[in-house]
Design a protein around this ligand. Structure first.
Ligand code: CO8
Length: 374
């Protein structure tokens, strides 16, 4: 069977950082403004006053300490509470493509490949900037890649689900080299006005190059793909109703259901066992046990979730050598989280070491990719 490898990864990190202290201060200023504006209705018991957010809660409940964002001022402005993105003319590279291209170029450079050697681009992310033409085709053109491109969205599992498509395309011979690009502009769909979730997300873009193992020596280590496994199970516990039908429904485009919302506790409880069982059974199908795995690069949504997944699998704790955490620095970057962990924390593994990239999130969806350092 054709050996397929991940030969390079790339990361684009926005220049702006918002600390928890800055975020909470702006949210609390927003809440005070709202409460002042609604003082009479609050006094009459018609609406509830907005309670304050707190840095202590955010850090204890999530493990997140800061997030990178594409536009900081708009998010922190208590009168606005969302980023401001300038509309671009159709003949200018779109924002999502721009950060995707930056990550893709970094992945190609790491793999020692030229864009012309790529013959497929998959743009896999939780949100697409527009309906069409596909972001992937714009990225393909901007890079100068050949072949074809398409978009796909499985929320937080977009990147791992795209990896399976890329790996299968290379294995079957329909493509030689496939780029999986995940530009996650989560700040545009994050509800910054809701204290239950205002701290959760951050912006970033990642890219991976998947190719046939040509057996040639390479300057950077390659990661042989031993197997992939995907699973979904419908749940309304993470949902966003923004979509192209909205304008025909005559509903408010700014209504709460048109941005990210979740039943965080339920998600936590339900997804942890699904993810742990998924990984264990995937490893079992490859003749491996959880303890045989040198490193887990897990989805980065919540520190407590990763602690429980790792405890169930190997009895250890996340955040160190077994399952590095990056969410303290990046927050939840949707589908890019496990890929950032893989990008930043793999150089110390030795040839023959096995690792698992695993995402879990909305859908519900879980995707695992088992790799071995060549
Ligand atoms: N400050 C102070 N208090 C707060 C705050 C705050 N900011 N927020 C909530 N509280 C209060 C609550 O009101 C509650 O009060 P009470 O007990 O009086 O009712 C109390 O604190 C406890 O609240 P929770 O039960 O909600 O707190 P948790 O301990 O459950 O923590 C979390 C909340 C952090 C959200 C946690 O539940 C969690 O992380 N769950 C899992 C989340 C997860 O993994 N989600 C995955 C979604 S991501 C994904 O799939 C991609 C989607 C697409 C991305 C789109 C881009 C935006």
């Amino acid at each position: 069977m054709t050996r397929v490898v991940i030969s390079g990864t790339g990361l684009y990190k926005p220049e702006h950082v918002i600390s928890n202290a800055e975020l909470v201060a702006s949210y609390n200023a927003y809440a005070a403004l709202q409460n002042a504006q609604n003082a009479d209705r609050i006094a009459a018991g018609e609406v509830e006053a907005l309670p304050e957010s707190s840095v202590e809660f955010v850090e204890k409940a999530s493990g997140i300490r800061q997030r990178y964002v594409m536009h900081k001022a708009g998010i922190l402005d208590p009168q606005r509470m969302r980023p401001h993105y300038e509309p671009r003319p159709d003949d200018q590279l779109s924002l999502m493509a721009e950060i995707g291209v930056a990550a893709a170029r970094a992945a190609l450079a790491q793999a020692g490949r030229q864009p012309q050697e790529v013959d497929a681009v998959i743009c896999a992310a939780s949100n697409m900037q527009r309906a069409y033409p596909a972001m992937a085709i714009e990225i393909q053109q901007a890079l100068g890649a050949g072949g074809y491109g398409f978009d796909m969205n499985v929320a937080c599992s977009s990147a791992t689900f795209a990896l399976e498509q890329a790996i299968n395309a290379v294995r079957s011979g329909s493509a030689q080299r496939v780029l999986v690009v995940s530009p996650e502009i989560t700040s545009a769909h994050q509800e910054w006005r809701d204290r239950d979730c205002h701290f959760i997300f951050g912006d970033v873009a990642t890219a991976l190059l998947v190719e046939r193992d040509d057996g040639q020596p390479s300057s950077t280590p390659r990661w042989e793909v031993l197997g992939t496994r995907l699973a979904t199970q419908f749940s309304n516990n993470i949902r966003n109703n923004a979509g192209f039908i909205n304008r025909c429904e005559d509903t408010d485009p700014g209504a709460r259901d048109k941005t990210f919302r979740q039943e965080g506790r339920k998600v936590f409880k339900e997804v942890v066992p699904i993810a742990a069982a998924h990984i264990e059974s995937h490893l079992g199908s490859l003749g491996l046990k959880p303890a045989d795995v040198r490193r887990y690069w897990l989805h980065q949504a919540n520190e407590g979730m990763n602690q429980l997944v790792v405890r169930k699998l190997v009895g250890g704790s996340a955040g160190g050598d077994v399952a590095p955490l990056i969410l303290d620095e990046f927050a939840n970057t949707a589908s890019a989280g496990s890929i950032i962990a893989f990008h930043l924390h793999r150089d110390d593994l030795r040839s023959g070491d096995v690792g698992v990239v695993c995402s879990f999130g909305a859908g519900y969806s879980v995707g695992s990719v088992v790799v071995r350092r060549v």
